[in-house]
Design a protein around this ligand. Structure first.
Ligand SMILES: [Zn+2]
Ligand SMILES: [Zn+2]
Length: 152
């Protein structure tokens, strides 16, 4: 599945229903709606939040469809993900394109974007240990500046 440069020399042959490779993925209305919704969010949202928000626009939308759309967008690197403290993922499409980390305020749920720690160093360490397909996710917990109680 993960092989790269999968062109078999048969240029001009359309992938048909196999759909292998990112370019071959059909852009669905659901996928576009989900991406558009996540681009407009200020806070990170759950799959359930997305489903509820899009229910008016796409009344036949099911949880499974939203789940799959999010998975594809995530696979394509289009989404930012943080883990809720109860263990389920929350999504958003951040406006900043560079790699960065997130702090979700434990008081107001606002997301604070942080300049990344040394992602490359961590990845290099994982590769040095013989691991492949490494990705680094950073979980930062805290209380944002707005919610922080004044000292004293
Ligand atoms: Zn972000
Ligand atoms: Zn806060």
């Amino acid at each position: 599945m993960a092989r790269q440069g999968g062109g078999d020399g048969a240029e001009g042959v359309r992938p048909g229903l196999v759909g292998e490779g990112r370019a071959a993925r059909r852009r669905s209305r659901t996928r576009d709606a989900v991406l558009d919704h996540l681009e407009r969010q200020r806070a990170f949202v759950s799959t359930t939040d997305v489903l509820q928000a899009l229910a008016g626009e796409l009344p036949r939308l099911s949880r499974g469809t939203v789940y799959r759309a999010i998975r594809l967008l995530e696979d394509d690197g289009l989404l930012d993900v943080v883990m809720h403290e109860r263990g389920f993922p929350l999504y958003r499409r951040c406006s900043r394109p560079d790699r960065h980390a997130h702090l979700v305020c434990s008081t107001c749920r606002r997301v604070v974007e942080l300049d990344p720690p040394a992602f490359d160093v961590v990845e290099a360490g994982a590769r040095a240990a013989g691991c492949v397909e490494v990705s680094v996710a950073v979980l930062v917990r805290g209380v944002c500046a707005a919610c922080r109680r004044p000292e004293g």
